[in-house]
Ligand binder design. Structure first.
Ligand SMILES: Nc1ncnc2c1ncn2[C@@H]1O[C@H](COP(=O)(O)OP(=O)(O)OP(=O)(O)O)[C@@H](O)[C@H]1O
Ligand SMILES: [Mg+2]
Length: 362
């Protein structure tokens, strides 16, 4: 998938921006506050119908506007698919794919799989397990079509079970039914997640070996309950506790990706630059595995690429992105920050961003 044309209306300080990106590397440079991250945010809106910076819409929509729109022409093999996403202040969205209105974001996400590497990337290591679960699920969703309905079934089951747990007088018969459903769905979700991680880890190790020498780094998958016990037994044992707290303690909703060094949480030991390389390696490994399985590349949005990285690591990150033959959008404050990192065969387009206006500078 390649974005051939991009038109942005009313995203942050971008009133109307229109550009024709390179299928390879696109560099946006400009002063602080000029609108570089907002361009990446707009591309993310096009693929996910939401922002990666804010869960609220008000800050994303340009002041005094009621809505924002991103339109893209996406080429997939020989086809060109027009895609448009509009979000309003009220929270409504309108998604159009190839002239049809679509009601779910998952159809959009499968057309334009996006990976973001930005200064918040550290959150993958430092943040809550939810961030790492979302990371795992991005991968499973994009390579395994059975995953989405199972994941939706799991959310429904947990909602029902938790509602019952909070319901003053406990209906044990109903609870037994939801326990059974949870055990069934949990096994399927866990199987898909663990198969995916098994495939991802060797790719991650290959990328990591090129990037940075962090001996003893171990990444492992935690399924959300004790590996030696079956979930039905745990649910039975935990029932009293679940009732007292009003939620389900064990299950795939607690899954995590543990990144450890010397048996400690890697986030507490690694330097900022090392953390950025580890997280970038995880995200690049996902992109590599995705294209190996689906034969399609994913789109990378890399915000403020040079930050926290020395010249050698910056080059290694650029080399890897370039070798993946995917479309990349990167930002940098300085034009020179990234201008010379690329192979001459790669089509590199430079865009200057100034007060919300974008001009192609070569
Ligand atoms: N809802 C909004 N309406 C109008 N302008 C906004 C809105 N939200 C943010 N801005 C402004 O948009 C500008 C672009 O912000 P953006 O984060 O894209 O800049 P940037 O080029 O990435 O800067 P930096 O180099 O500091 O990361 C900022 O000047 C910001 O104040
Ligand atoms: Mg920025």
């Amino acid at each position: 998938m390649t974005i051939r044309r991009l038109a942005i209306t009313d995203v942050r300080n971008l009133a109307t921006v229109s550009l024709e990106p390179s299928p390879d590397i696109n560099i946006f440079y400009g002063k602080n506050g000029s609108g570089k991250t907002s361009i990446l945010e707009s591309i993310y809106l096009l693929g996910m119908a939401r922002s990666f910076r804010s869960s609220k819409l008000k800050p994303v929509i340009r002041n005094s506007s009621q809505s924002c729109t991103v339109f893209g022409e996406i080429s997939q093999e020989a086809r060109s698919i027009p895609v448009g996403v509009t979000r309003t202040l009220e929270g409504d969205y309108q998604i159009r794919i190839a002239g049809e209105t679509v009601n779910n974001v998952s159809s959009l996400a499968s057309i334009l799989p996006i990976q973001v590497i930005n200064p918040d990337t550290f959150r993958l290591l430092e943040g809550s397990p939810k961030e790492r679960r979302q990371f795992i699920d991005w991968g499973v969703f994009h390579v395994e079509h059975r995953f989405l309905p199972l994941w939706q079934r799991l959310q429904k089951c947990l909602r029902q079970r938790n509602t019952l747990l909070r319901h003053g007088k406990i209906d044990c018969y109903q609870l037994d039914i939801w326990d059974q459903e949870l055990v069934t769905v949990a096994k399927q979700v866990d199987d898909l997640r663990s198969e995916y991680i098994e495939r991802l880890l060797p790719v991650f190790e290959q990328v990591m070996a090129k990037f940075s020498n962090v001996p003893g780094l171990k990444v492992s998958y935690y399924r959300g309950w004790d590996k030696d016990l079956c979930l039905s037994e745990i649910l039975r044992k935990n029932r009293e506790r679940d009732i007292n707290s009003g939620y389900t303690h064990a299950g795939p909703q607690r899954a995590d990706l543990k990144v450890r060094l010397e048996r400690m949480n890697a986030a507490e030991i690694l330097s900022r630059g090392q953390q950025k390389m580890v997280v970038s390696a995880l995200k690049l490994a996902q992109g590599l595995l995705f294209s190996e399985i689906s034969n399609r590349p994913c789109t990378y949005l890399v915000d403020d690429l040079p930050s926290e990285l020395d010249a050698e690591h910056r080059q290694l990150l650029c080399d890897t992105l370039e070798s993946m033959h995917c479309q990349v959008f990167v930002t940098s404050v300085e034009r020179e920050g990234l201008a010379h990192q690329w192979n001459e065969k790669t089509q590199v387009k430079m865009f200057h961003v100034e007060h919300g206006a974008v001009s192609c500078s070569d």
